[in-house]
Design a protein. Structure first.
Lengths: 153, 135
């Protein structure tokens, strides 16, 4: 999975990332990508979060979308990992999850949430996360710490 | 007629006048591209003014609140999507961009980092703040 920075000319392709009869968890992510991802990325009114919107190209349109932003110096929040529904279930999800977490944790640590009941995302998160928090308000939060194993301070 | 069905055909009247024949779909695309270019020119014109009147921006009046630098970025992005629209003969890239560029409601739920942060242990919050590393 080759992630690259999204361009304005990718935006119309977001509209095709729609799973037929999507469950609530999938629909929540896909709607955000279609409706909010670009304006969030360009951040026209300014939050200084160092927002990143990444995409992966498929044979016919976009294969994936990833969004993350700085939370604190040294940590980033991974908002979205979305794989085109036609590519799910063939190992691409694991590759994408690994690439997304790798990119988001380059500053040191990354964390993200998955809605309870989104079994595929929970499964993939448990494969790549260092830790997970107990569910709260219907979401499970995961964390990756690249400094895991180094001395505490 | 075959050329006209594909897009545009030029034919000559008996007096030599050139007449264009187009499909209605092609005309609709050209009309919409003309609208999109008009919107682009309005945004370009607004770059001279840190606080342009919303009326100048018309269809994209919501851009009036944006700093000049962000409107400049919008112009570059929008121009790219118009170029793509012109090259593929569909206004979908530029129309989708316009819809997606409009500021949306604040991010909530799954997308709210602060809520996610609160659900972590004290130890993990310290990790994310860069204060402590765990073994």
């Amino acid at each position: 999975v080759e992630l690259r920075a999204a361009k304005a000319t990718d935006v119309y392709k977001f509209q095709y990332l729609a799973t037929p009869d999507a469950d609530d968890a999938t629909d929540e992510v896909e709607r955000w990508v279609r409706q909010s991802a670009w304006s969030w990325y360009r951040d026209p009114l300014g939050t200084s979060e160092d927002r990143r919107l990444l995409v992966a190209d498929g044979d016919d349109g976009l294969a994936a979308v990833v969004a993350h932003h700085r939370y604190q110096p040294g940590s980033r929040y991974l908002m979205v990992i979305l794989l085109d529904h036609e590519l799910r279930g063939a190992g691409a999800g694991t590759e994408l999850w690994e690439a997304a977490v790798e990119d988001a944790s380059q500053d040191g640590a990354a964390f993200w949430r998955v809605r309870e009941g989104n079994d595929a995302a929970l499964h993939l998160s448990r494969k790549v996360a260092d830790r997970e928090a107990p569910p709260q308000d219907g979401y499970v939060t995961f964390l990756v710490d690249r400094h895991l194993g180094t001395a505490t301070s | 007629m075959a050329a006209a069905r594909k897009g545009t055909a030029l034919v000559r009247d008996t007096d030599g006048t050139v007449i264009a024949m187009r499909t209605s779909e092609h005309v609709a695309v050209q009309d919409r591209l003309s609208d999109l270019n008009r919107i682009l020119r309005a945004v370009v014109a607004s770059l001279r003014d840190p606080q342009p009147p919303a009326a100048l921006l018309g269809d994209v009046a919501w851009l009036a609140d944006w700093p000049v630098a962000n409107r400049e970025q919008f112009v570059l992005d929008f121009a790219d999507t118009i170029s793509l629209s012109e090259s593929i003969g569909s206004t979908e890239p530029a129309d989708a961009f316009l819809a997606a560029a409009h500021p949306q409601a604040p991010t909530q739920g799954l997308f709210d980092a602060t809520e996610a942060f609160k659900s972590l242990s004290d130890e993990d919050r310290a990790v994310l703040r860069g204060e402590r590393r765990t073994a």
